[in-house]
Design a protein around this ligand. Sequence first.
Ligand SMILES: [Zn+2]
Length: 120
Amino acid sequence: MFEEQMESSCGCPLAAAVTFHLGRQAGVAYRGGFELGLTAIEFRVFQTLVLARGRTVGAEEIVASVRGDVRVGCEAAARQWIRGVRRKVGSPDPVRTIFCGGYAWNPAFAVSVCDRPAAL
Ligand SMILES: [Zn+2]
């Protein structure tokens, strides 16, 4: 278990346990005071879902967000990455699976987003 923090590495205050924080430039993500410990790929997937703000993100879009190009037939890769993200963001699960559509962030889970660089 990660040690609870009051401030993110991007210098943002971390408050309620139910609130997420996404530090885009710093490349960090928190749930409450806990850093999620996402891999580089998982961070991109997480960021793509969060910034879509409830819109359904298809497997191709998830793969494109990680690899920078669009490929078809990558549902298995997207599914694996989503599984990793879900394991780390914890419960209750903010990621919805859209039947035959992809994945969507549940907007009931608030996320604050910043573009501050990581503090030294
Ligand atoms: Zn921040």
